[in-house]
Structure formats: structure tokens, C-alpha cells
Ligand binder design. Structure first.
Ligand code: NA7
Length: 537
């Protein structure tokens, strides 16, 4: 350590990340009078919405639902333009929030946390950035996001490729011009499905390398109707309250729905058609049992498969696009604009990697077991090490120097998804075992940060120095998370929800599927009861 670093700057709370979670944590903890700082690897705020600036990037939660509720003036002044907000619009919103609440001066940009070690004698975290700067803080709040640790598959020969390599999750800031180029896209999750139609419209030729076909529903995105928008903006508080207390927090009007198999085939078809035409993920929730009953799930899966076959003119291509080996919704349902119709374009080709896997990337393209595809540009839309990836990317050591990676070697464990036994004063916003990626992230983030703020206030009220999850409370919570997951079809899919996309990652269902409203009720009850399950020392 240098002389300067031997006197690390002391903070009450250091927050890692300046996306939706980090910005609200800064705002909320500063308001409590804490000395706060955020570290952000990027050169601007935005998190997910900073990095994922690929063509077609858009939130799959409707814009009127996907914004902060903590400030009525902010709600009044920000006017969303489209049903589903585009990445640039969400990024502008977060930039506005950072400026409006004067948060920028509290953020150290281009600064990545490398190590965090808990100093038991001082009850403080000792932090070290990748550049070697040292800081110390009472509380460490990981607001690092659930889909922020990008994954590039180790395909042999990638380093030899002579063309341009792009990654949807680290897209360049300057516009990419695909005109006249032969482009390849590897990956058909949400990022691939959103970008493929846009790239196809620009490129001379597009080859899509698909390993697993996904279910996708049309967004039917459009400018917001000004009258409807005004009505919602005038009624934000009850609308937000509906979202907060709902099961999914994704849609406000969660009236009880019938079971799929209680409907006649004609009624079901009518219902599915109506929701398909309306667009978006509501289709998943228009019957109550899609995610818990295989037979019910089959009815919706078959409906979507029929839409794929109806849209894609070439039957062999349509068949390749039809998902076969997982129940609909157990991998995140994609929301698209013209995805399936894109395969009717003369300049688009679909390669099924299950039939003909990639052998290598060559200086001039991609070689599969069947063919060599010449390319000038290769786009990776190959996903993330979800939920735990960004946490484990930091060398975090808790009590007795125990590495987090060791504590989580059999899968992540955290009480309420928010605190880890053995890691005092460390909080994980939207951590494993919280509703996180199955919820409306903004709703969950506000709830988590408010809970964390309440817990910090509880510690302060007792003149405490540290708070920690109790091992038994953690075990009970993790058991509950797994039990609830087992009542659903989710564990059947090899999805990133299960950690299956990362070789060697424990196969554990990562989010809490017991419902956003019920989760909030449990958290509220815990707070009201004086935070049982947490030890203040
Ligand atoms: P996803 O949903 O994890 O999709 C990644 C895609 O990349 C998926 O189709 C993968 O196929 C494919 N993939 C991964 N590795 C390979 C290799 N080695 N070869 C070929 N294909 C590969 O990530 P996204 O970024 O699209 O979306 C993540 C979330 O962000 C999304 O759900 C929204 O919530 C926002 P696989 O299915 O593993 O066979």
C-alpha cells in the first residue's frame, strides 16, 4: 500500500453500481444522513441500460410500470413516450434522476471494486478498487445487478477472427453500420431476439446461430396514447401500490384468472389470441396455472408454436424455431418486434447448432460441422452469469476471511436474498433468493433499499456497529425458496434462472418465486417485529 492508501477514506456506506439500484440506494442512504459513495465501473450512470445499447434494446416491462415511485415530482415531470421504453430513453431517465437529485458528485466513475474484506475488529469493510485505491466503510451495498456479468463462450479461434466482434452486453457507443456486411449473431435469448430484426434490416446478410429456440411474443410496441398516459400519471400512487402488492409486480391489474384446463379449447384459444394480439408478457398470466401445471403449460406452448408456424413461411425454418425441450416461461419469455417474420427475409439464414455445432471461429467467419459461413462481423448475444456472477466477480471475504465463493460453493444462500450469514454489514440488492429477475426490478429495488435503510436505522437506534443474518434464518429462507421453486415447472429448464448456462455453476433456482407482494409482506412483518433473523452487535 502507498502512503495515501494507508489512510483509506472512511464511509458509512459504499454502494457498488450506479444503475437503478445504486442510484436509489445513494439517494435513500444519503437522506438518512450517512456519508455515502458509489463506485461505478462505467463512465456514466445506467447499469444495465448503460451497457446493453445494442440495436432494438428495450425493456420488456411496460414503461409506465418501470420507473421509480419514491418521488412524486419525478413522476410528474418524466413523460414516457412508448409502451415499452427503449434503452436510450431509460438511460436518459436515469441520467435525469442522477442530475435531479444531485447524485453524480457521490459517484466515482470508471472505478471497479476488486476486493472487499470484513475487518472484524473494526466492524468495517476494507475495500480495494482495481486501480488499487483503498476505502473503508461500515456498510457495503452490492447494487451490482442480476444480468451484469457478461458471458462470452470459449469458442476456439475467436481471437483469430479478422472482422469486427461485438457483444450485445458491451455495445459500442458509436453507431455500428452493418450496411453491406455479412453478419453473424450467436445466441437467441432476449438480446438476440431484439437485435436480430434490426441487424437483418441493415446488413447485406445475416446468419443466426441458434442453439436453443426460445418462446417469444410480440410486443406491439407503439407510442403511448397521451390521454391514457395522462390518466395513469394522474393516478400513479394507487397504480404503484397495485404493482407493489401484486404477485408479479409486472402488471397492475392482476385479477384472478381461470385455470387453462378449466376452459374449453375454444375459450382458451380466444383468450390466448386476445392476449397475443394485445402483446407482451400478459399472455403468460392470462390463465393461472401455466407455470405450475405441465398440461396447462402445453396448451400455451402449443398456441405459440402454432403462431411461429403460421408466421414463418418456410416450414423447415419454422420447425427449427419451435422450442422443444422446456415448458414455456421456464426460460424468460422474450418480447419482440418482428422476430419470427425476420426469417422470411431473403438475406437471413438460421443455423441450428444442435444439428451442426460450431467447430471453430476462423479468420474469415464461423465453421460448423456442415459449412463455413463467411462473416465481416460477429455479434455475441450469449447472456450473463446471472444473479450471482457480479457478486462473485469481486473477491469478497467475510468473517474469518471466508471467501464468498467458498460460502456459496454449493449454491448461493442469503436471508431474504439480502444478507449472508458470516458477511456482516453486507447487503445484496435483488440478491439470490429475492424475487429479483422474476419481478419488476424497479419495484423490487425500491423495496429492498427501503428494507436495508430500515435495518441500518434499527442498528443505529441500538448504537450497534454490525448487523448479520443468523445462520438458521438463512437456512430456513433458502429452504423456503427451494420448496416454492419445486412447486413450479421452472426447475425443468436449463436456464440462467437455474445457473445452467455457466459450466460448473451449481444447479440452483436463483430467484424467489413466491410472489413480490407476499415477499414484501414477509419483509414488512420482519421489520415490524424488530428484525428477527438478524443479529445486531
Ligand atoms: P440469454 O437469455 O442467456 O441468451 C443467451 C443465448 O446465447 C441463448 O440463446 C444461448 O443458448 C446462447 N448461447 C450461449 N452460449 C452459447 C454457445 N456457446 N453457442 C451458441 N449459443 C450460445 O441472454 P440474453 O442476453 O439474451 O438475455 C438475458 C436477459 O436479459 C433476458 O432474459 C432479459 O431478462 C434481459 P442456450 O439457450 O444456452 O442453448
Amino acid at each position: 500500500m502507498t502512503a495515501r492508501q494507508s489512510q483509506p477514506e472512511p464511509y458509512d456506506a459504499v454502494i457498488i453500481g450506479a444503475g437503478f439500484a445504486g442510484l436509489y440506494a445513494l439517494y435513500r442512504l444519503r437522506a438518512m444522513g450517512l456519508r455515502v459513495l458509489a463506485l461505478e465501473a462505467a463512465d456514466d450512470v445506467g447499469g444495465t441500460w448503460y451497457w446493453n445499447r445494442y440495436p432494438g434494446a428495450r425493456c420488456d416491462v411496460e414503461s409506465m410500470s418501470y420507473s421509480y415511485s419514491f418521488s412524486a415530482p419525478l413522476e410528474r415531470e418524466w413523460v414516457w413516450t412508448e409502451r415499452y421504453a427503449s434503452q436510450p430513453e431509460i438511460l436518459r431517465y436515469l441520467q435525469h434522476v442522477a442530475a435531479r437529485f444531485e447524485l453524480r458528485s457521490l459517484i466515482r466513475f470508471k472505478t471497479r471494486l476488486a476486493r472487499a474484506a470484513y475487518d472484524e475488529a473494526a466492524d468495517r469493510w476494507q475495500l480495494q478498487t482495481e486501480a488499487g485505491a483503498a476505502l473503508t466503510t461500515r456498510y457495503l451495498v452490492m447494487a451490482t445487478g442480476c444480468l451484469s456479468q457478461p458471458r462470452l463462450p470459449p469458442i476456439p479461434g475467436l481471437e483469430t477472427f479478422g472482422g469486427q466482434v461485438l457483444q450485445t452486453s458491451a455495445w459500442p457507443h458509436a453507431a455500428v453500420d452493418f450496411a453491406g456486411q455479412r453478419v453473424g449473431v450467436i445466441g437467441t435469448g432476449s438480446s438476440g431476439i431484439q437485435s436480430i430484426p434490426q441487424i437483418a434490416a441493415q446488413a447485406a446478410h445475416l446468419t443466426v446461430f441458434q442453439r436453443t429456440p426460445n418462446f417469444s411474443v410480440p410486443a406491439h410496441n407503439a407510442p403511448l396514447d397521451p390521454v391514457e398516459r395522462r390518466r395513469l400519471m394522474d393516478n400513479y400512487p394507487p397504480f404503484r401500490e397495485q404493482l407493489r402488492t401484486s404477485f408479479t409486480s409486472l402488471i397492475a391489474d392482476e385479477s384472478p384468472q381461470p385455470k387453462a384446463l378449466e376452459l374449453s379449447a375454444a375459450e382458451r384459444e380466444r383468450r390466448y389470441t386476445q392476449h397475443w394480439q394485445a402483446g407482451g408478457i400478459r399472455l403468460m398470466f392470462c390463465v393461472s396455472d401455466v407455470i405450475t401445471d405441465q398440461a396447462a403449460n402445453d396448451t400455451l406452448a402449443n398456441f405459440i408454436k402454432d403462431r411461429i408456424r403460421e408466421t414463418v413461411r418456410e416450414p423447415a425454418v419454422a420447425e427449427r424455431l419451435v422450442p422443444k425441450d422446456f415448458p414455456v416461461g421456464t426460460k424468460r419469455l422474450c418480447v419482440d418486434t418482428d422476430y419470427y417474420a425476420t426469417y422470411n427475409r431473403a438475406n437471413v439464414e438460421l443455423i441450428d447448432l444442435r444439428a451442426t455445432p460450431i467447430v471453430a471461429i476462423t479468420p474469415t467467419g464461423v465453421r460448423t460441422t456442415a459449412t463455413e459461413v463467411p462473416l465481416e462481423c460477429l455479434v455475441f448475444a450469449t447472456g450473463f452469469d446471472a444473479v450471482t456472477g457480479a457478486l462473485l466477480a469481486v473477491e469478497i471475504r467475510g468473517r474469518g476471511g471466508e471467501p464468498l465463493a467458498q460460502a456459496w460453493r454449493d449454491g448461493p444462500r442469503a436471508y431474504l436474498g439480502l444478507m449472508i450469514a458470516g458477511f456482516p454489514n453486507l447487503f445484496t440488492v435483488t440478491g439470490p433468493g429475492s424475487p429479483s429477475v422474476l419481478s419488476n426490478m424497479v419495484i423490487s429495488i425500491e423495496q429492498h433499499v427501503d428494507f436495508i435503510a430500515g435495518l441500518i436505522a434499527h442498528v443505529a437506534a441500538q448504537d450497534g456497529r454490525a448487523v448479520e443474518a443468523q445462520p438458521q434464518a438463512e437456512v430456513d429462507w433458502v429452504t423456503h425458496v427451494h420448496e416454492v421453486a419445486q412447486t413450479t415447472l421452472y426447475p425443468q429448464a436449463n436456464s440462467w434462472y437455474m445457473g445452467s448456462n455457466i459450466p460448473g455453476k451449481p444447479r440452483v433456482f436463483l430467484p424467489y418465486v413466491g410472489g413480490v407482494g407476499p415477499y414484501r409482506q414477509k419483509c414488512d412483518a420482519i421489520a415490524a417485529a424488530g428484525f428477527p433473523g438478524f443479529t445486531v452487535s
